[in-house]
Write a protein that binds this ligand. Structure first.
Ligand code: SF4
Ligand code: SF4
Length: 384
C-alpha cells in the first residue's frame, strides 16, 4: 500500500468524493455475499454496491445528506472492508466511506459519542489519564514481572527501516490499548526487546478517519510518525492499516508480521497443547493482506483451529459497538456460537477493539474460552 494524501483525496471534482474511486465500481455485485450488513438485511441499500449507488446520488446532488437512507447506511456500514478483496474492479471502498463520513457527519449530524471519543483519543493528557486509571500508561519491561521471553530470532522479511532512522523499531502503544489492555503493551515490549518505547506518544488518528475527521486523522498520523522515527511496530490491526496509509507501507509493521520469523515454545493447558483459534482484524486482513502471519505463529505454539468466520467482522469495528450496540451484537452472536462449538482454550486477536468486543460477548455467555491478544499468547509460549 502506498502513501496516500487522505485530506486531499476528500476534495475531488464533486467536493465530496474522489471521482476516480467512485467511478471504478461496475455494479457487478460480487461484493454482496462478503458484506455482513447485507447478510443481516438482504437489502441492496445495506450492501457495498447499494452504498456506492447512494454515494453517487449524493455526489450528483440527487439526494442530500439529510436523506434518511443516506443517514442510516453511512452509519450502519461497519467499515470492515470485506468488500475490497473480492472486488474485481479494485474499488477502495474504505476510502470512499471515509470521504462519505466527512460530508455526512459534518456538524450536528456527527454522532456525539464519535465526537467525544475522537476528542479524547486526540489529546495526550486524556491518553495519560486513561493509562493511569489502569495503572500502566508507562512501563519498564525489566520491572513489570511479565513472564514474556523475546523470540529466539529476529523477524525475517520485515519491511526495511527508512534511511537515517534508528536501528531498532519503535513500539506504538495504541491510545485505547494502553488504557484497556496494558498487559498487551507489556507483552509486546518483551517480545521486541530492541524496540524503543517512547511513553509520550499520541493517537494515530484511525478513529478520526473512520468517524468523519480525515484532516485530523492525517495530522495525528504524521505527528505520530515524527514522534516514532523509522519502522513502527504496532499491536493493533486497525492502527496499522491507517498509519501505513498515511506514512507508507514500509514504515509500519504489525506485530505478528514482525515476529513471523521468530521461534517460540508452546502453550499447554492441562498437560496438552492448547487449542487456539484466531479472529482476524478486518483492516489488517482486508487493508494490508496480513492474515497468514498470525496463523503461522499460532500453529507453532498451539493446535490451531480455523473458525469458519475467522475473517469476518466481529462487530467491534472501531466505534461501531458503542454507536450501534444492537447491530454490533447481531454481527457478533453467530461468531460466539462458532467459538463455543470449536472446543478451544483461547481465542486470539490482533486488534484491541476485537479483544474488547469478544471478551464482553464471551463473558455475557459465561464461556470458558479466554480471549488473548497474540502478544500475550506468544509471551506465554516463551522462547523455544
Ligand atoms: S464494489 Fe466492486 S464488487 Fe461491488 S459492485 Fe462495485 S465493482 Fe462490483
Ligand atoms: S465495509 Fe463491510 S459492512 Fe461496509 S459495505 Fe463493505 S463489507 Fe459491507
Amino acid at each position: 500500500m502506498s502513501e496516500r494524501p487522505l485530506a486531499a483525496a476528500a476534495g475531488g471534482a464533486t467536493g465530496i468524493f474522489d471521482q476516480d474511486l467512485l467511478d471504478r465500481c461496475i455494479s457487478c455485485g460480487f461484493c454482496l455475499p462478503a458484506c455482513p450488513t447485507y447478510k443481516l438485511t438482504g437489502d441492496e441499500a445495506s450492501s457495498p454496491r447499494g452504498r456506492i449507488t447512494l454515494m453517487r446520488a449524493l455526489a450528483t446532488g440527487s439526494l442530500d445528506a439529510d436523506d434518511a437512507t443516506l443517514r442510516e447506511q453511512s452509519s450502519f456500514c461497519l467499515g470492515c472492508r470485506a468488500c475490497e478483496p473480492v472486488c474485481p474492479a479494485g474499488v477502495q471502498y474504505g476510502q470512499l466511506l471515509e470521504q462519505w463520513r466527512v460530508h455526512q457527519w459534518r456538524g450536528r449530524r456527527r454522532p456525539v459519542l464519535a465526537r467525544l471519543l475522537t476528542l479524547a483519543a486526540g489529546r495526550r493528557w486524556a491518553l495519560r489519564v486513561l493509562g493511569r486509571v489502569r495503572g500502566a500508561a508507562h512501563w519498564r519491561p525489566d520491572r513489570t514481572g511479565t513472564a514474556s521471553q523475546p523470540p529466539a530470532s529476529p523477524a525475517a522479511g520485515s519491511p526495511p527501516a527508512s534511511a537515517g532512522a534508528p536501528a531498532g523499531p519503535q513500539l506504538m502503544l495504541g491510545c485505547f490499548e494502553r488504557g484497556l489492555f496494558p498487559g498487551v503493551s507489556r507483552a509486546a515490549a518483551g517480545l521486541v526487546p530492541d524496540a524503543c518505547v517512547p511513553t509520550d506518544q499520541g493517537c494515530c488518528g484511525a478513529l478520526h478517519a473512520h468517524n468523519g475527521d480525515l484532516a485530523g486523522a492525517e495530522r495525528l498520523a504524521r505527528e505520530l510518525g515524527d514522534a516514532l522515527p523509522g519502522r513502527i511496530v504496532t499491536t493493533s490491526g486497525g492502527c496499522a492499516a491507517h498509519l501505513s496509509g498515511v506514512l507508507g507501507r514500509d514504515r509500519v509493521v504489525e506485530l505478528s508480521e514482525y515476529l513471523a520469523g521468530g521461534s517460540f515454545g508452546e502453550v499447554r493447558v492441562d498437560g496438552r497443547r492448547a487449542r487456539v483459534a484466531l479472529q482476524d482484524s478486518c483492516h489488517l486482513r482486508n487493508g494490508m493482506d496480513v492474515w497468514r502471519e498470525p496463523r503461522k505463529l499460532l500453529r507453532q505454539v498451539a493446535d490451531y483451529v480455523e473458525l469458519p468466520s475467522a475473517a469476518a467482522c466481529c462487530g467491534a469495528a472501531g466505534t461501531y459497538a458503542l454507536l450501534r450496540p444492537k447491530d454490533s451484537r447481531r454481527v457478533l452472536d453467530p461468531k460466539l456460537d462458532e467459538i463455543e462449538a470449536a472446543g478451544i482454550d483461547y481465542l486470539v486477536v490482533v486488534n484491541p477493539g476485537c479483544q474488547r468486543q469478544l471478551i464482553g460477548g464471551l463473558r455475557r455467555r459465561r464461556s470458558r474460552v479466554r480471549v488473548l491478544h497474540i502478544a500475550e499468547l506468544l509471551a506465554m509460549a516463551g522462547e523455544s
